[in-house]
Design a protein around this ligand. Structure first.
Ligand SMILES: Cc1cc2nc3c(=O)[nH]c(=O)nc-3n(C[C@H](O)[C@H](O)[C@H](O)COP(=O)(O)OP(=O)(O)OC[C@H]3O[C@@H](n4cnc5c(N)ncnc54)[C@H](O)[C@@H]3O)c2cc1C
Length: 393
């Protein structure tokens, strides 16, 4: 671990932190990292990533904070914080949608049958979920979603289109938001479903981001879902979604800190041809120093989130503050990296001359998406302004 990341950990958690590091040394193979970095398989849902997640499942870490009755270990939020930070720093697959969002929502709102059918498989790393919310005309304004779920006997029939549904091509199930009442006000006609990703009538088309990550357009052409896969009550989906969105906003910060460490390391190296290291340039030093201060700020904000969660609160504006600051900080780090490296900084990972194997260039290219996915920066600012500062809408 680098000096920037060596975050303070309470004595009773240090053994767990060491256990996670030990696990990563043993199981995070080059294949798992390469698969994740390729962007083709989402958050580790390729062959190697799935094996890695099953190993985590064997230790109970996919249900780390879940109660024992659902196959969890009942550990604290700080355990989860440490697990997420260590995994992100090592570029390992994160816990994913099933353990972080679907599992906790099922525990709150799912039927006994759903809990029996899905929770053990999620905790063992055998069942993976994709998120099916966004549509071409419903992103920031998610309540406008139109994909129709029509009742037909003991089934619902799904018809419509989703966009930017990452991982649907490799997941087992989709956690899907659909419209079950077209007459009700928009927030009151939405339901949540668990849809088999291999259902007849479901087809997936890839879209690639500037950072080479795959996401998808997904078509639902009369896809049939059994009624037992409806979450809770029909038309209450918006309320369940609100819980799910709050659960999604647990962002580890060590990935961007690792990028900053890499850039600082690079700046300290002798330059090809015998030039003095970049760090000796006062402007470079000043820029890096500013980013180090911001890294400490982002770390503090994430500690506050973890502390609030540990108190049993659901962070709301705090989650928006972290999302906004972290994702914009990531862009500043990526930009600083390629600019400090000069023209070489623009070389892609495929070039033998790319500094740091092109990692910072790729990070820079991928970083604009981070301020869009999971709720855009503008929307986070709106939340902070209206809910946090109580400014008028
Ligand atoms: C790489 C990637 C992966 C994603 N993965 C998933 C996924 O797995 N599942 C899923 O369901 N979705 C996913 N998304 C979708 C993501 O959540 C949406 O893209 C995001 O919420 C923005 O919605 P939009 O793209 O429709 O943009 P729009 O909502 O059309 O917004 C366009 C622009 O207008 C701004 N804007 C919109 N409304 C306001 C407002 N009220 N005030 C101020 N500014 C506003 C936005 O900030 C943005 O800059 C992903 C997106 C990306 C890019």
């Amino acid at each position: 671990m680098g000096y920037l990341l060596d975050y303070p950990v309470a004595p009773e958690l240090q053994a767990f932190q060491e256990e996670v590091r030990e696990f990563l040394r043993a199981h995070l193979t080059r294949e798992v990292v390469e698969e994740r970095q390729s962007g083709e398989w989402g958050n580790g849902l390729g062959r190697h990533g799935r094996r890695f997640l099953r190993e985590m499942g064997k230790r109970g870490w996919l249900g780390l904070t879940w109660p024992a009755e659902y196959g969890g270990l009942g550990k604290t939020v700080m355990h989860r914080f440490i697990l997420a930070e260590e995994m992100e720093y090592a570029d390992a697959p994160q816990l994913g949608t099933g353990p972080s969002i679907v599992g906790p929502c099922l525990m709150l709102y799912g039927s006994d049958g759903q809990k029996r059918e899905f929770l053990p498989g999620i905790a063992r790393g055998e069942i993976a979920f994709a998120l099916g919310y966004t549509e071409p005309e419903a992103g920031s304004d998610l309540a406008s979603l139109q994909l129709a779920a029509r009742e037909d006997g003991d089934e619902y029939v799904l018809r419509g289109q989703k966009i930017f549904n990452t991982e649907t091509h490799v997941a087992d199930y989709v956690w899907l938001a659909a419209r079950t009442d077209t007459q009700a006000p928009k927030h009151k006609g939405i339901s949540l479903f668990i849809v088999d990703a291999h259902s007849r009538g479901l087809s997936v088309q890839p879209i690639y981001t500037a950072g080479d990550h795959r996401t998808n357009i997904v078509f639902y052409d009369d896809v049939r879902v059994p009624r037992r896969n409806l979450l809770g009550e029909p038309n209450k989906g918006w309320y369940y979604l609100a819980t799910a969105l709050d659960l999604e906003r647990f962002f580890p910060v060590s990935g961007v800190i690792r990028q900053l460490e890499l850039i600082i390391w690079h700046a300290k190296q002798p330059r090809p041809g015998g030039g003095s290291p970049l760090i000796e340039d006062a402007l470079v030093r000043r820029r890096l120093a500013e980013l180090v201060v911001q890294a400490q700020a982002v770390r503090s904000i994430s500690y506050r989130m973890a502390w609030l969660l540990g108190q049993g609160s659901v962070p709301n504006i705090e989650a928006s503050i972290l999302k906004l600051y972290l994702r914009e900080f990531a862009q500043r780090v990526g930009r600083a990296g390629v600019e400090i490296m000069g023209l070489y900084g623009q070389l892609r990972p495929s070039s033998a001359l790319a500094p740091l194997g092109g990692e910072v260039e790729k990070y820079h290219r991928a970083s604009p998406v981070l301020t869009i996915s999971g709720g855009s920066s503008e929307i986070q600012r709106n939340i902070i302004a209206t809910r946090g500062l109580e400014l008028p809408r």
